[in-house]
Design a protein around this ligand. Structure first.
Ligand SMILES: *[C@@H]1O[C@H](CO)[C@@H](O)[C@H](O)[C@H]1NC(C)=O
Ligand SMILES: *[C@@H]1O[C@H](CO)[C@@H](O)[C@H](O)[C@H]1NC(C)=O
Ligand SMILES: *[C@@H]1O[C@H](CO)[C@@H](O)[C@H](O)[C@H]1NC(C)=O
Ligand SMILES: *[C@@H]1O[C@H](CO)[C@@H](O)[C@H](O)[C@H]1NC(C)=O
Ligand SMILES: *[C@@H]1O[C@H](CO)[C@@H](O)[C@H](O)[C@H]1NC(C)=O
Ligand SMILES: *[C@@H]1O[C@H](CO)[C@@H](O)[C@H](O)[C@H]1NC(C)=O
Ligand SMILES: *[C@@H]1O[C@H](CO)[C@@H](O)[C@H](O)[C@H]1NC(C)=O
Length: 714
């Protein structure tokens, strides 16, 4: 077990041993120009180092010369922004260290005797080379959130954070920055020393203190003394049947292990290096056939992390945790001196995923069934306000919330009884950028898929006695589910006549100055799809075609046959028709196509520079593939749906195959979070960061799901 390994390693380190084979370092190098990404994990610490070196080929004015170190522990990090001293283009890169030929090594120093903070000072060291004299003009030390606020928040810097940075000489010819966190005990350091005869580091004083480097190579160390988490190794994150992947898919499994810890899985790196409820549960649902089960396994880490963070008053599942320096920062803004972790509860989709995941594990697997009692009687420890509350009680609170909030629609099928974004919030589900829902308030995915799936799962869990206070749910939750399955889709349905569709697409191609072909010859009848959301501007549906059909295909075995056939038929069309008629391009399915909105103010919110615009998200491809696979597999099971005996079955198969062709063509991008495109003799993949200050994470938990999702023989 990893817990034992960690203790053993700390003991070994303190008596001066180097790491033995029990604790091998795992490394990964991923390039996405102008970013070089290096990952290093061992049982001491885990680090992700990103070096940004823009050059003449970089079509990205947002990318500045930068050394960034991100640590899963405390969602923390250190960023150093550089400028050339003179007019040159500054190039920087890491060099192999002379000691073992690797680029990065772990730093591990026990705390000095009597130190206020007893945690070891850990991190990474390496060599960085500058091709011209350079100035380190801005260090950001502490939380990843502070670094993100700067890099994608238009340069936001908090004076409270920045004024606490200390600049000092380091040794005889080096320099360092460090900052003690708001907790008063944790410190983040970044230090530089000349190597291979480079000039001494100079400290340039003034309004903002800078470090100056000559052309040449410098040794750097980025370190912190925060408690470390217990990482799941490549082997520990997988179930027995999937151990072969450790050798077959080294890169993907190393990425998965980097994001996996015994108490939670993290959403991605470097930008989302912490708990996110939706990301971890959707990943678990897509990867359940490969993740380790049982105590200490990945599935229980995910479910436990979610339950620990439930709001025990109203049952809401936590979207994102804030911990470490950022938790203190937020508390200080409310005048509170605390570094206790806290949660963001603004999402309206995440609650529904918990019962689905619980059913899939505690009811549908042998190990899960045997683990239900010991796991669900555990007492929460993570949030102060939940301390001592049993897991089953917390999970029941969420189920209660779901039953309460879904009841009104069952009594009266009107749009006002559908699930809305919370008042005052502009986001609430996975398209969580300001314009992700095009201004809509009643999201399609939540209402037509997540709600009924959550209700079905509550019924099954209740039938198994998991919610002993509510035996009635065994029956009522199924009744509610039937209504939400059958009665919600029609609110979102859009049908555009052939001639209108042609006109709308032509107008869009012109408004958006689209370089690619209009493909209007592929409009051979009405175009049907489901609005991204209701309740947009002037209370209108947001008529944006989208990939969110995947939720219903993946999560539900719906039974209204006519509805299912029509639904499957239009999904197949969108995959078989090329953008901007459908969603298909050579770089994958766009998650949104605003061509039919007939409104430039809408289509302007869904460009190829928008996080949820005409761009491709890997996990949406995975869920669409898994979802279509599940619907087609129903044809081979008892009670096959009606479409199985019609031409629709082969059309759906064609769409499924076409989708897999796209997935296979984009293997190079699949483990990234999201990608954009340029049109150059066809659609070519381009990093989103080429058009946006939002850098896509180079590894993202839910983009690793192709480890488990494969093309099936359907
Ligand atoms: C940069 O953009 C230009 C013009 O769009 C293009 O020709 C070139 O290939 C791009 N370079 C890279 C590295 O993407
Ligand atoms: C700096 O760049 C500008 C514009 O490229 C150029 O005109 C100028 O000569 C350069 N100055 C130095 C000192 O290289
Ligand atoms: C997985 O393998 C381990 C070690 O071989 C064994 O102890 C354990 O019982 C296996 N678990 C399952 C669920 O087969
Ligand atoms: C938990 O829910 C209650 C009721 O909605 C709310 O008042 C409280 O602020 C929530 N707790 C947190 C920490 O957000
Ligand atoms: C659900 O509704 C019941 C009855 O109104 C109420 O007592 C309970 O607190 C509600 N639970 C949640 C989690 O909203
Ligand atoms: C085609 O769309 C038009 C306009 O929305 C609608 O009136 C008509 O019923 C649709 N026809 C079919 C076959 O769905
Ligand atoms: C859907 O039906 C299949 C059998 O066709 C079954 O294996 C699966 O568990 C069902 N899924 C749900 C969510 O009910």
């Amino acid at each position: 077990m990893a817990t034992i390994l960690v203790l053993w390693c700390l003991l070994a380190a303190s008596v001066g041993c180097t790491l033995a084979a029990d604790c091998p370092a795992s490394r990964l190098h991923l390039t996405e120009a102008p970013y070089q990404n290096y990952f290093l994990s061992d049982c001491i610490t885990s680090s992700h180092v990103i070096v940004t070196s823009p050059d003449a080929n970089t079509n990205n004015s947002n990318a500045k010369p930068r050394l960034l170190v991100a640590w899963p522990a405390g969602n923390s990090g250190a960023a150093a922004y550089f400028e050339a001293e003179n007019n040159e283009t500054l190039g920087l890169h890491l060099e192999s260290s002379t000691t073992d030929g690797e680029v990065l090594e772990t730093v591990n120093e026990p705390a000095p005797d009597g130190a206020k903070n007893e945690n070891a000072r850990v991190g990474v060291k390496g060599l960085i080379r500058f091709n011209t004299p350079a100035l380190l003009t801005l260090p950001i030390l502490g939380s990843i959130r502070s670094i993100r606020d700067y890099s994608e928040g238009g340069g936001i810097l908090s004076p409270d954070v920045q004024n606490a940075v200390v600049t000092e000489k380091f040794g005889s010819d080096g320099g360092q920055f460090y900052r003690t966190w708001f907790d008063g005990v944790t410190t983040t350091w970044i230090d530089f020393t000349p190597a291979s005869g480079a000039e001494a580091v100079q400290i340039i004083t003034g309004d903002k203190w800078k470090l100056r480097f000559g052309t040449g190579t410098y040794a750097f160390r980025a370190t912190f003394n925060y408690p470390q988490s217990d990482q799941l190794s490549a082997s520990e994150v997988l179930n027995n049947a999937s151990q072969g992947l450790v050798k077959e898919s080294v890169e993907l499994i190393t990425s998965l292990s980097f994001l996996s810890y015994s108490n939670k899985l993290l959403a991605g790196s470097w930008r989302f290096l912490t708990y996110f409820g939706r990301d971890s549960m959707l990943s678990a649902l897509l990867m359940q056939n490969i993740l380790s089960q049982g105590e200490g396994g990945a599935l229980e880490a995910i479910i436990g992390a979610v339950i620990e963070r439930i709001n025990n008053t109203d049952g809401t599942v936590c979207h994102e945790e804030n911990l470490g320096d950022y938790a203190s920062f937020l508390a200080r803004q409310k005048g509170i001196d605390s570094s206790a972790p806290a949660c963001d509860y603004k999402m309206v989709d995440t609650d529904f995923l918990l019962p689905v995941l619980m059913r899939d594990y505690f009811i549908n697997t042998d190990t899960g069934r045997s683990r239900a009692a010991p796991f669900l009687t555990k007492k929460a420890t993570f949030l102060e306000e939940n301390a001592g509350v049993a897991y089953c009680e917390l999970a029941q609170r969420t189920a209660e919330k779901i039953m309460n909030t879904t009841a009104p629609f069952v009594s009266s099928h009107v749009a006002s009884n559908l699930i809305h974004l919370k008042d005052g919030e502009s986001v609430g589900e996975w398209r969580d950028s300001g314009s992700g829902l095009g201004g809509g308030r009643i999201p399609y995915d939540v209402n037509t898929a997540l709600v009924p799936a959550g209700l079905r799962a509550i019924a099954t869990l209740s039938q198994a006695g998991i919610f002993p206070d509510h035996p009635e749910w065994a029956d009522t939750a199924d009744k509610y589910a039937q209504v939400w399955e059958d009665e919600t889709l029609r609110f979102f349905e859009v049908s555009v006549s052939q001639s209108d569709a042609q006109q709308l697409v032509e107008q869009y191609v012109s408004d958006a100055a689209l370089a690619g072909p209009p493909n209007t010859d592929q409009i051979t009848g009405n175009i049907t799809f489901y609005s991204l959301a209701l309740g947009g501007v002037n209370n209108k549906p947001v008529r944006v075609m989208n990939t969110d059909d995947c939720f219903r295909h993946f999560l539900l075995n719906t039974t209204d046959q006519d509805q299912l056939s029509l639904f499957l038929d239009q999904t197949a069309d969108h995959i078989l028709q090329n953008f901007p008629v459908g969603l298909s391009t050579d770089v994958g399915l766009f998650v949104a196509n605003p061509a039919y909105a007939g409104d430039k103010s809408i289509s302007d919110q869904f460009k190829n520079s928008d996080y949820h615009g005409t761009v491709v998200w890997s996990w949406q491809l995975a869920m669409m593939a898994a979802g279509l696979g599940r619907q087609l597999a129903r044809c081979d099971a008892d009670g096959a749906p009606d479409f199985c005996n019609t031409d629709l079955r082969s059309k759906a198969r064609d769409a499924y195959k076409a989708l897999w062709d796209k997935i296979d063509k984009n293997r190079a991008q699949l483990s990234g979070e999201v990608w954009s495109w340029e049109y150059n003799n066809g659609y070519q993949p381009v990093p989103l960061s080429a058009f946006s200050t939002t850098e896509s994470d180079i590894i993202q938990l839910w983009s690793l799901t192709f480890l488990a999702v494969h093309e099936e023989d359907v």
